[in-house]
Design a protein around this ligand. Sequence first.
Ligand code: CU
Length: 165
Amino acid sequence: MNRRTTALAAIALTAGLTLAGCSSSDGKPAGESSGKSSSESSGKPELKVSGAFMPQPVGDMAGGFLTVTNTGGEADKLTSVSSGIATEVQIHETKDQKMRQVKSFDIPANGELKLERGGSHIMFMGLKQQPKQGDKVTIELHFEKADPIKVELPVEARNHNPKQH
Ligand code: CU
């Protein structure tokens, strides 16, 4: 009878320890806080501009090239570009080797808009000055939803093309 009581006490003790162990591991599983911050990506467009440049212009027109990356969950549009360097700034696409003015360029959600040689580009018409290689030209990009972004275009050599073939 004495023996039996001891055995029961031992079982009770073990159960108690197990419960204690359980409740303490319930407290804060590792990685919970980092999980919260990663789910913050909202439905808004999140735009970033990279790889911008302007080839040194020959006449009174110039082209501008850059990439707009959207890491947000909603699409946006590049609707216009402004700059003090030209009387007019347009956005052009190239179809069958001909340039054509467009009203806007799509920037897909979690995607990118590429303005590059031989394709879509920014067109500066009626340059008020002739920027030279090494200069910087400030422009402002306007979007349908996101706030405008100011970009400095470094002026590169006439034949500059970062695209690799
Ligand atoms: Cu053009």
